[in-house]
Design a protein around this ligand. Sequence first.
Ligand code: S5P
Length: 272
Amino acid sequence: PTTLIPYGERIKLHTNPTAIKILEIMNRKKTNLAVSVDVTTASEALKVIKRVGASVCMVKTHVDIFEDFTHEFTEELVKLSKELDFVIFEDRKFADIGNTVSLQYSSGIHKISSWSDLTNAHSVPGPGIISGLSKIGKPLGRGLLLLAEMSSKGSLAINEYTEKTFKMVKETDLNREFVIGFIAQNRIDKIELIKKGEDYLILSPGVGLSLKGDSLGQQYRTPYECIFESGSDIIIVGRGIYGIEGDEKAIKDEAERYRQAGWKAYEERLNR
Ligand code: S5P
């Protein structure tokens, strides 16, 4: 199965430039950690990114949270992504018809497609959402993840919904030219795809080393549970890292602690 193949050897199974870039960075920096920077100002986000950048393969944003969003922020973010070697993932969770999402992706205040390597979408509208986003993102070498499962309590994205999301991708984007993986809690590409040279990236949010949950339905698992037990490829950590009490160094150290935990779980998985 995919989970026994090193990240570096999975590069050749992809053609999408963003998928290749992610796996190359993971391999080079020995990290399967993505940090989610859900703070309310762009200036605070940049501070966090500078502290965690060395430990991550990916920085995830919700730019619609920022009170002070400007394109100077995205320019600075792109610059940092090159200097510190990570990909940018705007967690936009598109959920509309193809025509609308293509406009939301390319236009408006945020112009997400112009700076974000990766974004994501719900499968609820059907395959048109993939086509709409692909029209904009594919020519730019961007990647898309579909949400097949969620970390929150009571999520409706389970069982048949999850399976149908996976099938939708297989049927809509035959050669994985744009959809490079899924947000999921488990390895959902259970079929022995790898034999056919097919590979998807599984990214799991809801990760904490000591956090157990919040009052709004979030549920956490450890890096070990995600990577070793569930076969996920990348852990997404938000409050567990940027929310840590302490000085500047505390965030940097915490990111490094999660990187090590995630990488150790991956190495154990390979040697299983
Ligand atoms: O199912 C999901 C999907 C996502 S992308 N559950 C999630 O929590 N997320 C996102 O991951 C969420 O929007 C947030 O940005 C991050 C988790 O943050 P944390 O602070 O709970 O680690």
